[in-house]
Write a protein that binds this ligand. Structure first.
Ligand code: SF4
Length: 485
């Protein structure tokens, strides 16, 4: 019998997992020693073993027949495209080591257009943190959930989207207030639900210092995309931080503002600085500058509403998706169960993913694929032998503390007209993950999946068709997109 510890690859909670192998039989349980989840797992984590291995969608060979041919063809496409017309589009599912090598490659080759799909959810928080604290600091942690007297949830269906965080919230003794535009699962399970009209959440935030459950209690505010996908997103996050500063609900145990990161390593991408010097991810698709696009571990044909065709589309992924079906060159990447490396969760902890299965077919980890291309293009410094080699070079200080002291200066906010009542917001289902490329492999999850009447399911629908006449607007500080129409 052998035991392996690893980390769930889905959301930014970062739950610890224990895998036991007896002969060829694998068993998966929550890691009781994990400080993040203490043995708890949501249904997506519990069913992860149903998604590993090789099914008929799994990519095991480069589409051009061999790695040699594929890498040579990509090098040719890169060399024949002006550098400002090349883009790398990465994903918060990639590991720290993958991000590090991707960034190193973009700098060595001179590619300004490098973005992560975290652009769609995280960047207004990054800008708001920089305005408020002077740097992208997350000052609180899950530890504060148990110290808070009030937990104020806004724009987050935590119960469905970050279920283990919500388990912690329900286990705490805190009074739970939920603000949302519809009665989500979280709203139903909260002590107080405040239903807000779309675009009017700033009024609620501005009024927080007058609410007794806010001004007279130790308050932890929790939010995600409901707050951050709008044209005033950065201002809204800053208004929330301002409310904490005004009431003294900051820099004390149980007090502060916690953004829940969507993907397992969205925080890691932020830290490494995966960020464009030219076009944003949305603009890769909404204007015609980019001719050669390399997509890694994400499925924009499903999720990017202005998805378009490119002269050369290269996609690395572990499984077939709408995007790999559209690609000129497809590269088979290792899956979660075959990868070694680190992620950084919503509360800034570095957590390890460990492989417990060999790479399927000829698949390779993302960092290794990038190194192959870098060497083909004649770049130096890409001779890594393992993920550990890369981690050593990154010199990361892994020490962790539950809270970080931040400065307490109000940010001036001038929001006048807000007309978000026609904006479209994304929700996540408890039993599925993003475009379902992994969770769709689980019979249990598929059987359990129900869509409530308040949401429209867009799974397996090509978004470019559905959103043909809609517009994308950007938050003015972060350029985070907001979809209207
Ligand atoms: S809460 Fe998130 S990290 Fe934890 S098991 Fe569920 S999907 Fe995985």
């Amino acid at each position: 019998m052998m035991n392996f510890k690893t980390t769930c690859p889905y959301c930014g909670v970062g739950c610890g997992i224990e895998i036991t192998r007896t002969g060829s039989v694998l068993k998966l349980t929550g890691d009781k020693d994990s400080p993040v989840n203490q043995g708890m797992l949501c249904i997506k984590g519990q069913t992860l073993l149903e998604t590993v291995g090789t099914d008929n969608m799994r990519l095991i060979n480069p589409s051009l027949g061999s790695w040699n041919k594929a890498i040579k063809a990509i090098a040719k496409a890169f060399e024949s495209t002006p550098k400002h017309q090349i883009a790398l589009y990465l994903s918060g599912q990639m590991l720290m080591e993958d991000f590090y090598v991707a960034k190193q490659f973009s700098e060595a080759y001179g590619i300004d257009n490098i973005e992560s799909n975290s652009r769609l959810c995280m960047y207004s928080t990054v800008e708001a943190n920089k305005r408020a604290y002077g740097a992208d600091i997350v000052p609180v942690s899950f530890d504060d959930i148990y110290q808070a007297q009030t937990i104020f949830i806004i724009g987050s269906n935590t119960a469905d989207c970050h279920p283990i965080v919500f388990n912690h919230i329900k286990k705490s003794k805190a009074f739970v207030v939920c603000v949302d535009v519809y009665e989500s699962t979280t709203a139903k399970k909260s002590d107080l639900f405040i239903q807000v009209e779309p675009g009017k959440d700033m009024d609620i935030i501005n009024n927080l210092p007058h609410q007794f459950w806010f001004k007279e209690k130790k308050v932890l505010s929790v939010y995600s995309q409901g707050l951050t996908q709008s044209t005033d997103a950065t201002d809204k996050v800053n208004a929330l931080i301002n409310a904490h500063i005004i009431t003294g609900n900051i820099n004390k145990p149980g007090c502060g503002v916690l953004s829940l990161t969507g993907q397992c390593n969205a925080m890691g991408g932020r830290e490494i600085g995966i960020r464009t010097n030219d076009l944003t991810a949305t603009e890769f698709f909404s204007n015609n500058q980019i001719k050669t696009l390399w997509v890694m571990a994400t499925n924009p044909a499903h999720s990017m509403i202005n998805y378009r065709q490119f002269e050369t589309l290269i996609v690395s992924d572990f499984t077939r998706t709408l995007t790999t079906d559209d690609a000129d060159i497809v590269l088979p990447a290792c899956s979660w169960s075959e990868k070694i490396g680190h992620i950084k969760n919503s509360e800034r902890r570095y957590l390890k993913q460990n492989a417990f299965l060999p790479p399927a077919g000829y698949s390779k980890p993302d960092w290794e694929i990038i190194c192959l291309l870098a060497k083909e293009l004649g770049l130096d410094g890409f001779d890594y032998q393992s993920a550990d080699d890369i981690w050593q070079q990154m010199h990361i200080d892994e020490s962790w503390q539950p809270r970080i002291k931040v400065k307490e200066e109000l940010v001036d906010i001038k929001v006048t007209n807000r007309t978000d009542n026609d904006s479209i917001n994304n929700v996540r289902l408890l039993t599925q993950w993003h475009s379902m490329s992994r969770t769709g492999k689980s019979k249990t999850l598929n059987k359990m999946t129900k869509v409530s009447n308040e949401v429209i399911s867009m799974h397996h629908v090509t978004n470019s068709e559905l959103f043909k006449n809609k517009t994308v607007e950007l938050d003015k500080y972060s350029k985070q997109p907001c979809f209207k129409g």
